[in-house]
Write a protein that binds this ligand. Structure first.
Ligand code: ASC
Length: 230
């Protein structure tokens, strides 16, 4: 395999960045914010960043590159498809629970829903992600679709998957900015208190994580060799 060593370096870096991002999200909500609970208050809202970063960013990122792991090339392709679909299903469930947390918190506090660009793009991403999962399951996992249909839909599946992943990261960055502007009053976001620096850093970690995943996913020589297909 061409550049296997480099692939491993990027993979380990992405895993470290992913774990670090989840850790940062937990430190953010437990150290700087109100922690986690399901009570209609801020601690319920806090599930939103934690579940989005864990599921919709980290787990989705791993799901994207699972076909690229060279030691899985000896496994049956069907098994890897199940892992790809399973990880994406977990990510979808966590994303939906994280939206329920926000709507529930907004409704309990009489805060309007769906007015921000963050909410428009974010809900669109969750809807398209769900469609992508259902369509991917029907076409590529169930044994009914002919190879010609699979072949013509595969580039669209890959393109829309990568587009959704990148959109989710952009949406998370909008969410961080919104939350920091809303929450940091005394001292204000504009005075760069420790929480602002910390969450800006979390945003940077997520962008680098996304950059590594997109690079690994789009190198043609790191694709699963076709002769191993089942
Ligand atoms: C699949 C699968 C592939 C592609 C190919 C069409 O379901 O396992 O390798 O679709 O058949 O591109």
């Amino acid at each position: 395999m061409e550049g296997y060593g480099l692939f491993l370096v990027l993979l380990v870096s992405a895993l470290l960045l992913g774990f670090l991002s989840v850790l940062f999200a937990l430190v953010w909500v437990f150290h700087y914010r109100e922690g986690l609970s399901w009570d209609g208050g801020s601690a319920e809202f806090n599930w939103h960043p934690v579940l989005i970063i864990t599921g919709f960013i980290f787990i989705q990122g791993i799901a994207i590159i699972v076909y690229r792991l060279p030691w899985t090339w000896k496994c049956s392709k069907l098994l890897i498809k199940f892992i790809h679909a399973g990880l994406n299903t977990i990510a979808m469930i966590l994303a939906i629970v994280s939206l329920v947390a926000v709507f529930d918190f907004h409704n309990a506090k009489n805060i309007p829903n769906m007015y921000s660009l963050h909410s428009w793009i974010g809900l669109t991403a969750v809807i398209f992600y769900t469609l992508q999962l259902v369509l991917g399951f029907a076409v590529f996992l169930l044994p009914f679709a002919p190879v010609s249909l699979r072949a013509s839909l595969m580039p669209i599946h890959i393109y829309s998957g990568l587009l959704i992943f990148a959109t989710v990261i952009a949406t998370a960055l909008m969410g961080f900015t919104e939350k920091l502007i809303f929450a940091l009053k005394t001292p204000a976001y504009s005075t760069s208190p420790p929480e602002a620096i910390f969450v800006n850093t979390l945003g940077l970690l997520i962008v680098i994580f996304g950059a590594l995943i997109l690079w690994m996913a789009t190198r043609p020589h790191w694709k699963r060799p076709p002769e191993q297909n089942s």
